[in-house]
Design a protein around this ligand. Sequence first.
Ligand code: COA
Ligand code: ZN
Length: 305
Amino acid sequence: MNDGVIINEVGLRDGLQNQPRLINTEQKLQLADKLIAAGIKHIEATSFVNPKAVPQMADAGAVVAGLPHSAELNYSVLVPNMKGYQRAVASGMKNIGLVIAVSDTFNQKNIRMTLDTAREMCFEVINQAKQDGNTIRVYLSTACFCPYEGEIKVDRVHQLASQMINHGATEISIADTTGSGVPNQIDAICRPLVEQFKDVIFNLHVHDTAGQATAMVWAGYLAGIRSFDASIGGLGGCPFSPGASGNVATEDLVYLFEKSNINTGISLAGLSSAVRYAEEITGQKLGGKAMHWYWSQQKRLNLVK
Ligand code: COA
Ligand code: ZN
């Protein structure tokens, strides 16, 4: 028997941040309700970024204020700088995701800082979080590939991860922002980190642009990762990563793990209504392959009834 995995739902943030149709706070909160009803317990609810840079996240404070609470629900938010951290903490959040790219150019495009400035900013935010008793998960974005610099060498990811950990980060997320990685690359990045830093929690954040996402997640699992970001229906894409498609679909990970007898605590039937609702509010056809499999099974069962 295994202890299962954590699936951290990032649809409300990564999934919605780049949607052409504005999603209002009420709709975001309804989507959160449906995700929770499906068994999701870890949710990245929003990001505290410059609303001029990402208008979909302008209601971050209102989203946090409207979230339902219970002992088993864990929320986090993403921030790009100290101002975002302060806004997040003022809203009552204690689990903060902090983003820095491995690629210098991507930092400049995404958060308008050089890698060196972004690194210093991360150290300051980690220091502040330690004083405040909050947890910081540092997202190392463009860990496999940068849309501006190309392939990223594994050593650069290891170096930045070590710097963050040595400075006190207790959680690190390896983020294939563009969805260009392959399982072998994930193994090469994750295995040495998991082996070297036993007290650190590692998370994997992948996009499905090249169709490798579930395979990369499985490689991460085999390398010892037990926490994975995913987005309902495969929603998403980063505004600063041209051409990148959505995150790996939550339902694809639920199917992958549950069928492999690895507990997620999440039901495909429950996710089905969340995907339908996400389709309604975004006006897009959604659903990972596993959701389409589930729908086809339901149709077949209804036919034989
Ligand atoms: N939340 C809200 N507003 C913020 C902010 C934050 N975290 N950080 C800065 N701002 C505001 C400043 O107050 C200032 O406002 P003003 O124009 O009313 O004076 C304005 O943004 C510019 O501030 P500055 O520090 O010069 O930031 P910038 O223009 O260099 O932008 C970021 C830097 C990080 C704030 C911006 O690039 C950003 O929000 N990026 C997020 C990108 C993102 O979400 N990517 C996807 C997730 S990885
Ligand atoms: Zn992402």
